[in-house]
Ligand binder design. Structure first.
Ligand SMILES: [Zn+2]
Length: 300
């Protein structure tokens, strides 16, 4: 088993694609999937802390995990992700107040998304980059859902990821710059153009597309390249249109967070975007086809 792990770890960083996992044996997968999942829910446990504490300005490290109602420090035994929540039946051991199901949901979600990253990218450098990006999306999505705001420090993690990604993927600098501008620029323009109208309507300085959403898409474009960005934005806007309107009807609330849907779009776009774009381009006649027809005409 140890040798197999070494073998898998020595696979060079391959470009994103479905071919990577072919190099690995099924037994390796049976062993690796639960490990990746458990790793994902442990990271998810930390993400919960980030989602709750950053917007209220609490330190991420200084204070031990505590009950949000009574403030009692959480026992070590109750810190196990997902399982502790199930064992406690979703209640604080000290005051008996309900603990939000959000905690196990975020943990499980992060675990499942890590498994998907692993299955798509294989055990490559790109997988690790994608896992960190996934967690950033989870944090940004839930934070925007809660507060309608995005934390710049979290968004900057995406820019930091561009450095290892530059060495691990085949994306060129041009791919990345076009990726940043392709969605970032239109979003910025829509935001600025709708600003006077939105101000008149709500009385607040708001935009049709908030600056946070624009920055998220621009930074992600630098990381993922344009081929991933166009489908990302398309899926995100589609989800926002469908789920957003259902939610609005249900709750009747006028406040609307675009971020969570953009994050879903970005996750799917990062995974399948380049494939979708390449398929779409291949639907159109290629330059070689034109040349072929031109030759046919000339021969006649
Ligand atoms: Zn409590």
């Amino acid at each position: 088993m140890y040798q197999k792990l070494l073998l898998a770890a020595s696979i060079p960083a391959a470009p994103a694609g479905f071919d990577d996992w072919k190099y690995m044996e099924p037994t390796f997968f049976l062993f690796a999937i639960p490990v990746v999942f458990l790793y994902g829910i442990c990271i998810g446990s930390f993400l919960n802390v980030v989602i709750i504490r950053l917007p209220i300005g609490e330190s991420l490290t200084k204070r031990a995990s505590h009950c949000m109602t009574c403030g009692t420090k959480i026992r070590i035994i109750d810190l196990i992700p997902v399982f502790s929540w199930l064992f406690l039946k979703g209640k604080c051991h000290s005051c008996g107040e309900k603990i939000s199901p959000r905690y196990p949901i975020v943990e499980t979600l992060n675990g499942l998304l890590y498994v998907a990253d692993f299955l798509i990218f294989g055990l490559t450098a790109n997988m690790f980059i994608m896992c960190i990006f996934t967690s950033v999306l989870v944090v940004v999505g839930f934070m925007d859902w809660d507060t309608q705001e995005m934390d710049m420090r979290v968004l900057l993690v995406i820019v930091l990821l561009v450095i290892p990604s530059y060495f691990a993927s085949e994306l060129t600098i041009a791919d990345r710059l076009i990726g940043a501008a392709s969605i970032g620029l239109p979003f910025f323009l829509i935001g600025e153009l709708t600003r006077p109208y939105a101000k008149k309507k709500t009385g607040e300085d708001v935009r049709g597309v908030e600056l946070g959403d624009t920055i998220l898409m621009a930074f992600s474009g630098l990381l993922l390249g344009w081929k991933a960005m166009v489908p990302s934005a398309f899926i995100g806007i589609l989800f926002a249109g469908v789920f957003g309107s259902i939610l609005k009807k249900k709750t009747g609330e006028s406040k609307f967070a675009f971020g969570p849907y953009l994050c879903m779009g970005l996750y799917l776009g990062a995974m399948f975007g380049p494939m979708i774009t390449e398929w779409y381009i291949s639907r159109f006649p290629q330059p070689e086809t034109y040349e072929y027809y031109a030759n046919c005409i000339l021969m006649r």
